[in-house]
Design a protein around this ligand. Structure first.
Ligand SMILES: Nc1ncnc2c1ncn2[C@@H]1O[C@H](COP(=O)(O)OP(=O)(O)OP(=O)(O)O)[C@@H](O)[C@H]1O
Ligand SMILES: [Zn+2]
Length: 747
């Protein structure tokens, strides 16, 4: 067997490694890497991916190799740089390569079927061919009405719209076509793409923007891998810097990839890209239909569309001839996928840029400590925007000490008001001036727990080890982990004592605003109120149109919004994210506070921020007051170093979940022993923490355990993780074990 007739193949099944197949004579000229193929696997046929030639099996080993059966597409689904990235992801995150590839591909390419071309959407327009209703229509009132509508809206409208306005208009329009008064046009539109909010190209860049753009242009012109951190304060115009870099990259005939945290929350950014580059932009988000996803994939693959803007999973978009990668809000936790292939899209974006020889820009007002450390070590070049555009001032930030503002409330009081006098005054004043307010609280629901006045027992979810949250609008207790809603009990289950509603959520804040400032138009933005992407877009648009005075919400309101009318931002309680048992709690708090504060004063009027807290001395809270990102990160990095947390160590979490508490614990101990026996030499510095019961010990009735591994570098961890992954086949399937490399959440 000559090596040229052996193929390395990833099989679309949950199995580790690459497999060797024989290329039959008939296919030898037709194969190129990245193609989807059909291969025999076990006793059946399976989807496979041809990755390239394979080395012959070791001398003396007699293995019967099977042949590739069929090639499922002419041009490969996966471009070469993407194959390299997926191989890296499988290796780094300890996940089967075939499954990694399948999770990157759009549905429609993940089955063992030949590729079909996704059709674009066609929209039908009715076009009037006459300037006024002809006399012959006098006795046809339906047709007259349809034609009159069409003429009233300018002589041209989507059929759908006419039919919506005039029931039965589809049929009526057809009659008008027969009579020659109307014509139907078909227009091809890219599917799943709505018109964004248009915005012009600013004539002049700020000096800082100009300097950053100059550097990026030089890097794009030079070609090759170059990583940048674009650290720009909120409202400093980072988006415009991205746009100019993309522009230059496009002029050089190259493709760009832009990752954003959440499309529905960033309609403005998408709108700016669409209004600048029009149909050259594919927008990839989670609400796309299968056919739409396939359409964009094919368009990018063919190179007919050269810019992809998308969420986390778009890091795998098949952009042709990739020259530039941008990760906006690079600190955002949504870039980490928390199930199946647990990848960090920001990290993969950098890997991809390196493999493709592209420029990569990580942008944020609050860069992650990981990225900051890379910059300090000289791996990334730092570009800084220290000022807002048009010399607008940063908002002033003041603390409201809840210990003094609410001293009279006894500790146990049901529904004690939470909005202090300074907050209420500032809000009323702002609304009085016709300006807008954002109220931020990182908790949904009405009251965050029900507690027994007599014995102090709180009401917990029977399946998860967490308190239930009271939602007044549904009059239900909801578990935020499993989502199950329970009726509200009348008495404490332990002692039949009366139950008090304690803790606050956005729902209650909304009610309190409505009660205390009745003239305000209040709306709430969280996962309950904005359950669909459409609803979310509509609420944001309505706020932008200034139909809402006060927007109450969770971290959804803290993202990159640009509402010039907002001059007051209130943080209802800064402490909610501080107490979480996670070494990133401080960082997360600082980011959230800085980001939400950054929504104030982005228009011509200056902004003001009020932060209510019980912990005015806490470092992230204090530092936010003076916009002291440097000071905060300096201190936090020092602390991480002392405690040996990332970015000074690399971690992996081994998580276990099982129906039976005993069996789960025993598997956890078994894995602990296994790791102990396979520990690399002490000089490698690998440490095992645990096995320990997880901080949230049960979710959906399943017991959870975890083991944490820490090491100075990923390379020190890798061999151990590989051995561990191989061992998992021996674990009883009743206990689910997952390996989470570079974990984000510690719960
Ligand atoms: N050179 C410029 N001249 C005038 N206006 C500009 C210029 N550059 C950007 N802007 C405008 O400034 C506003 C803020 O820009 P942008 O939203 O990009 O800020 P940002 O740095 O991304 O902020 P954040 O981190 O808070 O999301 C936008 O409305 C944008 O159109
Ligand atoms: Zn639950």
């Amino acid at each position: 067997m000559s090596p040229s007739n052996l193929a390395s193949v990833a099989v679309g099944r949950p199995v580790r490694g690459e497999f060797t197949y024989v290329v039959p004579d008939g296919l030898s000229g037709r194969l190129s890497p990245g193609q989807r193929i059909l291969v025999p696997f076990g006793r059946s046929m399976s989807l496979g991916f041809f990755l390239g030639p394979a080395a012959p099996p070791p001398e003396g080993e007699s293995v019967k190799l099977k042949p590739i059966m069929k090639v499922l597409e002419d041009s490969p689904s996966l471009p070469p740089d993407l194959i390299a990235l997926l191989r890296f992801a499988a290796e780094h995150y300890r996940y089967p390569l075939g499954e990694v590839i399948k999770s990157a591909l759009p549905p429609g390419l993940t089955k063992a079927e030949e590729e079909k071309e996704a059709k674009p959407d066609v929209q039908e327009f009715a076009v009037a061919l006459v300037a006024e209703a002809p006399a012959v229509l006098r006795r046809a009132p339906a047709q007259s009405a349809a034609l009159a509508y069409l003429l009233a809206v300018g002589g041209r409208a989507p059929i759908e719209e006419v039919a919506h306005a005039i029931p039965g208009a589809r049929e009526t329009l057809r009659k008008l076509v027969e009579r020659g008064f109307v014509r139907i046009d078909e227009e091809v539109i890219a599917p799943g793409v709505k018109e964004g909010l248009a915005q012009g190209r600013p004539e002049k860049l700020t000096p800082e923007q100009a300097a950053a753009v100059l550097e990026l242009h030089a890097a794009v012109d030079a070609g090759g891998f170059q990583p940048f951190l674009l650290h720009g304060v909120t409202g400093s115009g980072k988006t415009e810097v991205y746009l100019r870099a993309v522009e230059r990259n496009l002029e050089r005939g190259k493709g760009s990839l832009i990752l954003v945290p959440e499309i529905a929350l960033t309609p403005q950014l998408v709108g700016r890209f669409r209004s600048r580059f029009g149909a050259d932009v594919a927008v990839l988000h989670s609400a796309l239909k299968d056919r739409e996803r396939l359409f964009h994939w094919q368009a990018l693959r063919k190179g007919t569309v050269r810019i992809a803007v998308g969420v986390r999973s778009a890091v795998f978009a098949p952009v042709e001839n990739l020259g530039l990668v941008v990760v906006d809000e690079e600190h955002d936790p949504s870039f980490k996928q928390e199930d199946k292939l647990r990848y960090q899209a920001r990290d993969l974006a950098v890997v991809r840029a390196k493999q493709a020889g592209a420029v990569v820009v990580l942008g944020s007002a609050t860069p992650s400590l990981e990225t900051l450390e890379n910059t300090r070590r000289g791996r990334y070049r730092k570009l800084e925007l220290k000022n807002r555009v048009d010399d607008r001032p940063m908002p002033t930030i003041e603390l409201v000490d809840l210990r003094q503002e609410r001293p009279r409330e006894p500790l146990v009081q049901e529904e004690a008001p939470i909005l202090s006098a300074p907050l209420l005054d500032a809000m009323a004043e702002t609304i009085g001036r016709g300006q807008q307010v954002i109220l931020f609280l990182n908790r949904r629901g009405h009251s965050t727990f029900l507690i027994c006045e007599v014995c102090g027992t709180s009401v917990k979810c029977s399946d998860c080890d967490v308190c239930l949250t009271y939602h007044r609008s549904q009059n239900r207790l909801v578990c935020h982990y499993c989502g199950v809603a329970h009726p509200v009990p009348e008495h404490c289950r332990e002692c039949t004592g009366p139950l008090l509603k304690m803790g606050i959520g956005t729902e209650r804040v909304e009610a309190e605003v409505a009660e205390r400032i009745p003239q305000a138009r209040v709306a709430r933005l969280d996962r309950d109120s904005a359950s669909s992407a459409e609803r979310l877009t509509e609420m944001l648009a309505s706020f932008a149109r200034r139909e809402i005075d006060v927007l109450v919400g969770t971290q959804m309101v803290a993202k990159g919004h640009d509402f010039p009318g907002v001059t007051l931002v209130c943080v209802v309680m800064a402490d909610t994210s501080l107490a979480i048992p996670d070494f990133r709690a401080s960082e997360r708090t600082f980011h959230l506070l800085t980001q939400v504060a950054g929504r104030a004063g982005r228009g011509k009027d200056p902004g003001r921020v009020l932060v209510q807290t019980y912990n005015p001395e806490a470092d992230p809270v204090k530092r936010v007051l003076t916009h002291d990102f440097e000071g905060f990160s300096e201190r936090e990095l020092e602390r991480r170093k002392v405690l040996a947390w990332p970015p000074y160590t690399r971690m992996a979490a081994i998580r276990l979940e099982g129906e039976s508490a005993e069996q789960t614990a025993s598997v956890a101990r078994f894995l602990g022993d296994f790791i102990g026996r396979n520990m690399p030499p002490a000089s490698w510095g690998v440490r095992l923490l645990g096995p320990a019961i997880a901080p949230i010990s049960r979710i959906r009735g399943r017991t959870r355990w975890q083991l944490l591994l820490k090491a100075p570098t990923h390379a020190a961890l890798a061999p151990l993780l590989a051995r561990l992954e191989a061992k998992l086949v021996d674990i009883p399937s009743a206990v689910r074990v997952t390996i989470d490399v570079d974990p984000a959440a510690m719960l």
